[in-house]
Design a protein around this ligand. Structure first.
Ligand SMILES: Cc1cc2nc3c(=O)[nH]c(=O)nc-3n(C[C@H](O)[C@H](O)[C@H](O)COP(=O)(O)O)c2cc1C
Length: 172
């Protein structure tokens, strides 16, 4: 890891997916900060195709938990952020999905910088339409991910990356 005082690099390198949370609430202020940071992601034509559903209700969380193998993570989280693509705001599906990926990464990094934990749950997308129905959202909103958020139960998460030298396919 390069030596740097950059807080952005520090957050990028230190952030880990958190799948176990303490039984403690997350303030609305922190959630709004993370959503605002998410919205400052770049998007093609600046179309900002992302929409968010913030779910704290235990009944709704349980119903969403039933749609994924990651039910224990969802149940232990303080809240969920369902990230949705507004198909009416979409102009190019590939670019809009890329923008929403950037938006989710902004959300994860900002939560980490506030000492909160989160994990991007994509596996639930096999039940995306059911999730939208459970949340009683309009059909034009397409689920892209669910982010489970909370105070980390521990800091033991390990991860690894392939050396970047293996991944550069051209440098000339
Ligand atoms: C598109 C996408 C989908 C993911 N889906 C899941 C998921 O369904 N469940 C889960 O526990 N983690 C999920 N993750 C998190 C990855 O497993 C995690 O980022 C990866 O293992 C690297 O670990 P790290 O984030 O701690 O560095 C997903 C990440 C991305 C980007």
């Amino acid at each position: 890891m390069p030596m740097s005082d950059s807080p952005v690099l520090k957050a990028i390198y230190e952030r880990r997916s958190v799948r176990q949370f303490l039984d403690a609430e997350v303030s609305r202020e922190c959630v709004m900060e993370a959503l605002n940071a998410a919205c400052w992601a770049p998007s093609g034509l600046n179309n900002q195709p992302w929409r968010f559903a913030v779910v704290r209700d235990a009944g709704l969380k349980d119903a969403l938990a039933a749609l994924t193998r990651y039910s224990s993570t969802i149940k232990s989280s303080a809240l969920l952020v369902a990230v949705l693509l507004d198909t009416q705001a979409s102009y190019d599906r590939t670019k809009d999905c890329q923008a929403i990926g950037a938006c989710i990464q902004n959300m994860l990094l900002s939560l980490h910088s506030m000492d909160l934990g989160a994990v991007w749950i994509g596996e639930i997308l096999s039940n995306a339409e059911r999730a939208v129905k459970i949340l009683q959202l309009p059909e034009r909103l397409e689920l892209m991910a669910v982010v489970a958020v909370g105070h980390p139960a521990h800091g033991n998460q390990q991860s690894h990356r392939r050396p970047v030298e293996e991944l550069i396919v051209l440098e000339k």
